[in-house]
Design a protein. Structure first.
Length: 160
């Protein structure tokens, strides 16, 4: 819905806005993140699912119809003994149906792919650098592709 926007920030809250209404923030989600939120993204296939990332080592997937707690806590991208990875960079939904989520993170030098339905990692690969952006394209030469960017841009073919 082009009239619904979401915003996030250092206070750890997500503000959902409806541009048709006069209120500045029509819904506030007090996230379960332990630090400020640096990235949010709507699901491409479900207008109610919202993904968030912060400096803590987990991704949270919310249903805005019932935002009191996350639908999924996606763990495992950062080792269990690490309390902070400095940043989970902009995660992205993968697949036209948004069935997967890919993420990178500072200090990990890898990309992890999660299945949205289970919240489990289905693929994880070492790329040798900390990508600050992971982007999905649905069809490049007949195959899905992930793009990882830092000082260079690499094209990756996910395996799951």
């Amino acid at each position: 819905d082009a009239d619904i926007l979401a915003d996030c920030g250092a206070d750890g809250r997500i503000c959902v806005l409806d541009t048709r209404l006069p209120e500045a923030c029509t819904m506030t989600i007090n996230s379960d993140h332990s630090t400020g939120i640096n990235s949010i993204e709507w699901s491409p296939s479900n207008e109610f699912k919202l993904l968030s990332a912060s400096k803590d080592p987990e991704l949270l997937l919310y249903d805005v119809r019932n935002p009191s707690e996350p639908l999924q806590k996606l763990l495992g991208h950062v080792g269990s003994t690490v309390r902070s990875c400095n940043n989970i960079y902009r995660p992205t939904f993968v697949g036209n149906d948004g069935a997967y989520i890919a993420t990178s993170g500072q200090g990990t030098k890898k990309i992890s792919i999660y299945e949205v339905g289970t919240g489990k990692i289905v693929s994880q690969g070492f790329i040798g650098y900390d990508a600050n952006l992971v982007f999905y394209t649905s069809n490049v030469g007949g195959l899905p592709r992930l793009w990882a960017a830092a000082r260079q841009i690499d094209q990756l073919s996910p395996i799951w």
